[in-house]
Design a protein around this ligand. Sequence first.
Ligand SMILES: *Cc1c(COP(=O)(O)O)cnc(C)c1O
Length: 330
Amino acid sequence: MKASGFNYVKLPKRAVAYYKNGAWGKPHLTRKATIDLSESAGVLQYAQSVFEGMKIYRTKDNRIVCFRPELNFLRLNDSCERMMIPTLKKEDFFECLNLLAKANLKYIPESSDGGSLYIRPFVFGSSAVLGLKSSDEFEFRMFGSPVGPYFQGKAEGLALRVTDYDRAAPHGTGHIKASLNYAMSLYPVSEAHRLGFAENVYLDAATRTYIEETGGANIIFVDKNGTVVTPKSESILPSITRRSILELCEKVLGIKTEERKIKVDELGDFVECGLCGTAAVISPVASILNGETKIEYKENGAIQKIRKALTDIQKGEAEDTLNWLYEIKQ
Ligand SMILES: *Cc1c(COP(=O)(O)O)cnc(C)c1O
């Protein structure tokens, strides 16, 4: 199966589990791709909903592997806690992953042409609420969709802009994958697209001095010394891709890394820039417009090298020395 673009494709089966009377029920597969809900469900009235995104790859030797899913599991539970959603049991999360992958094997694209099966786990409040309170029933679902690259046809690199909108408050929900963070970014991102930019770069909301990230991907820079520099902030979503890039640089590639506050005024000091995330992988950035100033970046080899090292592990083309792949036994 070939996949292009990043769109929802309805596969035959998905995994589901229900939380009722204070406990999660047994996960199982269902063909039903729609959900019947109370009109006053917590997810509909107060956006009580969190999600994750991870990828399954079909390697050259036909193994089915998922990239670091235990980190998505842990992050999903962090998101659940903050949103008053009951956390999941690890065995249930992994059972869903295995059930889902095995039920949709023929829809897992060949990773050699950049394809993968994107996995979307999510949990939401399903019972009725009227006053502001948490639902007491919840639904967990995990579906898959075959995907190609997220940012398409931008081999020369992405054009970004620093936006006046804010993404996350200092003690808010920017550090978790709560659906509400993405609803509020739809307006700014559609404005960015209309003006010819692929994404918005958000600044810290309190002082508007420091770089945070984009609406759906973390940002990484390479400085003149070849050091990979990433922004440090409590309101950034802790990207598993970024974490993996930093580990790869330090442990495998011999590239120095630094996580620190990055001033928006420093944008012009870097030589390379990229966006990273499960969907974006590592997409090179060609320019960032900051007010009237356009800062341009050229590919200088570093981001390309990191991208290859990461994707070779994911595609099973390089040895998984850091033990990042979770194999689904067929
Ligand atoms: C999901 C997400 C990322 C990327 O995280 P990964 O774990 O690498 O997929 C980055 N920023 C935001 C805002 C996100 O929602």
